[in-house]
Design a protein around this ligand. Structure first.
Ligand SMILES: Cc1cc2nc3c(=O)[nH]c(=O)nc-3n(C[C@H](O)[C@H](O)[C@H](O)COP(=O)(O)O)c2cc1C
Length: 403
């Protein structure tokens, strides 16, 4: 069976590679909308969904994983930002996704940033994003999604702060997150609080320890009592280890359930791309704008996963994201400590069949290591150091939490 799926995926890959030069002639944002329209159509009725499953799906019981009480049929997820208005949930299971993170959704309707907002860096295998959180706003989207049955797809709701003003106002911003999370309290399976969008007018104010503390206190007070959903926090790729530790410790203090690691990489902090390909160099984007997905992020996000897994001593859920193109990349993030994965860029560069190819490869890699379930693989190549409790504020917090 696995051999037949492999043959199918290889054939689809050949077709995709033949079509890719023509697809890449399209303006990236137009291509994004065109593929979304195709996805909406394919998800619209049982016949096209069945056909899509034959083309793309793959199931294997060793890929099933339970995370924070939620059962996922496989760990391969769509990352936030592809489906900004939550319109494609019907097609994702047929494409082989176990989960999809929708959004980012914001309290207010957001038009996003003006001008060209999406660019391909083909040699660097990256997408430059300057969208700025464009979405229809949480009221409209939540009322539509409340009527949708997600079936076997597990759904994450990514909440961000409305990108509508250059001035940061703490209480107003906290209200914005709370509005989205309240509206989505009964929609989807988990929340991600996105504090790391690199493309907003007022920067990333919740990377600041005190602002984050105020936000998470408000979430604890207003959101925890109204929903049992796990709450994760999405971190930036471009912050120092010291900053990561402050955020992680703050999240542990407030009993957050885990982390999504990581968001896009800014070119100024990144040596893993070809600078001449970046759109600001060609005058297509103003200096200092945008950030990269894909390969430039791959090693960095895995390093952050390794660090946070150790810092939290494996007690928190980690969702690994950034430059997953192959089963080997996916397995590296899992064995570093991630229980689930998100991805976007590989669909754009390698085609949608790559999702089932990654799942298929994961089964083989687990088998090679003698694992019968994904749980056994999580963190298996990132052994936790033995450290004294006094040296680990996180460990002390985790113990308090468990008591
Ligand atoms: C077109 C695009 C839009 C994105 N928009 C968002 C977003 O709205 N919210 C968010 O948390 N991350 C967003 N991201 C970041 C992704 O969720 C992910 O962290 C990043 O792309 C790395 O994964 P990848 O290398 O598999 O693409 C976006 C990424 C892309 C490519």
């Amino acid at each position: 069976m696995s051999f037949i799926v492999g043959l199918r995926n290889f054939t689809l890959w050949l077709l995709f590679r033949a079509a890719r030069p023509f697809i890449f002639l399209m303006e990236p944002e137009n291509a994004h909308y065109a593929f979304k329209r195709v996805g909406v159509f394919l998800g619209s009725n049982p016949i096209t969904r069945g056909f899509s499953s034959l083309m793309w799906d793959y199931n294997h019981k060793s890929l099933n994983i339970e995370v924070d009480g939620i059962e996922y049929r496989n760990p391969v997820g769509l990352s936030a930002g592809f489906d900004k208005d939550g319109e494609l949930t019907k097609i994702y299971p047929s494409m082989g996704f176990g989960l999809a993170e929708l959004g980012s959704f914001t309290g207010e309707v957001c038009p996003g940033n003006p001008g060209r907002r999406l660019f391909r860096m083909v040699k660097s295998r990256a997408i430059v994003v300057w969208y700025g959180l464009n979405n229809q706003g949480s009221e409209k989207i939540a009322s539509r999604l409340a009527k949708v049955d997600f079936g076997r797809l597990r759904v994450g709701i990514n909440a961000a702060k409305s990108n509508v003003t250059p001035e940061f106002e703490l209480q107003e911003s906290i209200r914005d997150y709370l509005k989205t999370m309240t509206l989505f309290k009964d929609v989807g399976d988990y929340f991600t609080i996105n504090i790391s969008c690199p493309n907003t007018q007022d920067g990333e104010p919740f990377v600041d320890e005190h602002n984050l503390d105020a936000l998470l206190s408000a979430v604890t007070q207003h959101i925890r009592p109204i929903t049992d959903k796990p709450i994760y926090v999405k971190l930036a790729a471009d912050i120092s280890i010291a900053e990561i530790d402050i955020i992680v410790d703050g999240c542990v203090k407030h009993n957050m359930d885990g982390f999504v690691l990581t968001n896009l990489a800014k070119p100024s902090h990144n040596t893993e791309h070809l600078p001449e390909e970046y759109p600001t160099v060609k005058g297509l984007l103003p200096a200092g704008k945008g950030a990269m997905s894909g390969l430039p992020l791959q090693r960095i996000s895995t390093d952050v996963i390794r660090h946070v897994y150790r810092r939290t001593r494996g007690t928190k859920t980690l969702i690994g994201v950034g430059g997953v193109f192959t089963a080997k990349d996916a397995y590296e993030k899992i064995t570093s400590g991630a229980s689930l994965l998100h991805m976007i860029t590989t669909m754009i560069f390698d085609g949608p069949q790559n999702l089932s190819e990654i799942n298929r490869g994961l089964v083989q890699l687990m088998k090679k290591d003698g694992f019968t379930s994904l749980e056994q693989a999580v963190g298996s190549r990132n052994p936790l150091p033995i450290i004294a409790e006094a040296e680990s504020p996180v460990l002390t917090n985790v113990k308090k939490e468990a008591a």
